[in-house]
Design a binder for this molecule. Structure first.
Ligand code: HEC
Ligand code: HEC
Ligand code: HEC
Length: 116
């Protein structure tokens, strides 16, 4: 009986300490809502441009590629939106995480399908 009671007390303390820890560590992270968590690209390898360049310039890059294809009939398969989707397979867990964060909602995904 005595043993049980002290065990229960210890478990109680452990739970309490865990709760404190979760509050101390978890709350500020939630309140500050850090940068968006992006899904890891599939299949390894590297982006088709250096990562930092792509982060800053993908909008213009994509629009440029679209112009080439739609206006001039030039298709560069290795630089198409379908190509992005081979590695960034989910636009909701990659592209949209950033876009929601900065408050843009490009309509591309209505026509350009991503696998997930
Ligand atoms: C109403 C449907 C529609 C919407 C919305 C749309 N596209 Fe397209 N897009 C097309 C069609 C159709 C083509 C021509 C495909 C072809 O001929 O190969 C195309 C071609 C492209 C291409 C070149 C081919 C390829 O697969 O990469 C790019 C890049 C592209 N669009 C980017 C975009 C981007 C970026 C957006 C959002 C800002 C967007 N598109 C929105 C229909 C759409
Ligand atoms: C061969 C696979 C592959 C292809 C194809 C690819 N990417 Fe990437 N992309 C990556 C990798 C790997 C990274 C590095 C980010 C990481 O490790 O999380 C990356 C990074 C990025 C980033 C920066 C993410 C960040 O954390 O800031 C953007 C934006 C991006 N890619 C957009 C695109 C677009 C748009 C296309 C198509 C035009 C594309 N990618 C094609 C693999 C790819
Ligand atoms: C690292 C964050 C990040 C990732 C990942 C990312 N984007 Fe973006 N995207 C942005 C930012 C920031 C803007 C520009 C917002 C602005 O100009 O106000 C933007 C803008 C765009 C635009 C232009 C929207 C407009 O209304 O002009 C397109 C198109 C676009 N992104 C496509 C994509 C696609 C496709 C992917 C996934 C393959 C992707 N982005 C992934 C951050 C990201």
């Amino acid at each position: 009986m005595e043993l049980l009671r002290s065990l229960a007390a210890r478990i109680g303390v452990a739970v309490f300490v865990t709760l404190l820890f979760v509050l101390a560590v978890g709350l500020p992270a939630n309140v500050q809502a850090g940068p968006p968590q992006l899904e890891e690209p599939k299949g390894g390898g590297e982006c088709i441009r250096p990562e930092g360049w792509m982060r800053r310039n993908h909008m213009d890059f994509l629009k440029h590629q679209r112009g080439l294809t739609v206006r001039e009939g030039i298709r560069v398969r290795s630089e198409s939106l379908a190509k992005c989707a081979e590695c960034h397979t989910s636009h909701t867990r990659f592209c949209d995480r950033c876009h929601n964060y900065v408050g843009v909602a490009p309509d591309c995904f209505e026509c350009h399908l991503f696998p997930e």
